[in-house]
Design a protein around this ligand. Structure first.
Ligand code: DX5
Ligand code: ZN
Length: 213
């Protein structure tokens, strides 16, 4: 299991130190939650802050856009060369075009599904993306309770992957902890995002290690 701590739960008063600490503690990616105050009722960080995160990080960035104008935000964050940029299918009229754009910028494109969104809704995009991020909470805030129906969605998505002969990673975001990570692993999840579980612990190394099942 790859582990991507969400810096949304970090202490922003010492963000650089926090990013260095999770990288030294063995995380695989640094998950960056970008919220615009429109698509979700919260506002987080722009490229100035994410540039500071990027220079403190020895691990690739995983940028999760929760915004209304994806195209604009892809242009803002692409110069920071994250490994992944993922966007919500619920908020994109031209996902195929946006996927091509992200890839043309040298970044791996991914799609995010809210808890209610059916995996079948992205069936015809599965051969064009590198990652599907399944939300296991409603996007907007850290520290929420895990929605268990995501497990069934992982299985549906894996069946679709086989049917389409597609190859992408599956990531789950929200309410992940050392207890539910096993079930996610058994269902076939490749990457877990964990915010409050990692940053709420007093030992980042052992909380990250407990997610690496
Ligand atoms: C929610 C974000 C998540 C969140 C996860 O909108 O996408 O990445 O920070 O936090 P926890 O792990 O605390 O649910
Ligand atoms: Zn996220």
């Amino acid at each position: 299991m790859y582990v991507a701590p969400s810096i949304l739960s970090a202490d922003f008063g010492k963000l650089g130190e926090e990013v260095k600490a999770i990288c030294d503690a063995g995380c695989d990616l640094v998950h960056v939650d970008v919220m615009d105050g429109h698509f979700v009722p919260n506002l987080t960080m722009g490229p100035v802050v994410v540039e500071a995160v990027s220079s403190a990080s020895s691990k690739p960035l995983d940028v999760h856009l929760m915004v209304e104008n994806n195209n604009f935000f892809v242009d803002l964050f692409a110069p920071l060369k994250p490994k992944f940029i993922t966007f919500h299918i619920e908020e994109e009229k031209h996902p195929h075009r946006l996927i091509q754009k992200i890839r043309s910028l040298g970044i791996s494109p991914g799609i995010v599904l809210n808890p209610h969104t059916r995996p079948e809704s992205i069936e015809y995009l599965l051969n064009d993306i590198d990652l599907v991020l399944l939300m296991s909470v409603n996007p907007g805030f850290g520290g929420q309770k895990f929605i268990p129906s995501v497990i069934e969605k992982v299985k549906v998505l894996k069946d679709l992957m086989d049917k389409k002969n597609a190859k992408f990673m599956i990531e789950v975001d929200g309410g992940v902890n050392g207890l539910n990570v096993r079930e996610l692993d058994e269902a076939g999840v490749d990457i877990v995002v964990a915010g409050s579980y990692v940053f709420g612990s007093n030992d980042y190394e052992s909380s990250i290690a407990s997610l690496k099942v």
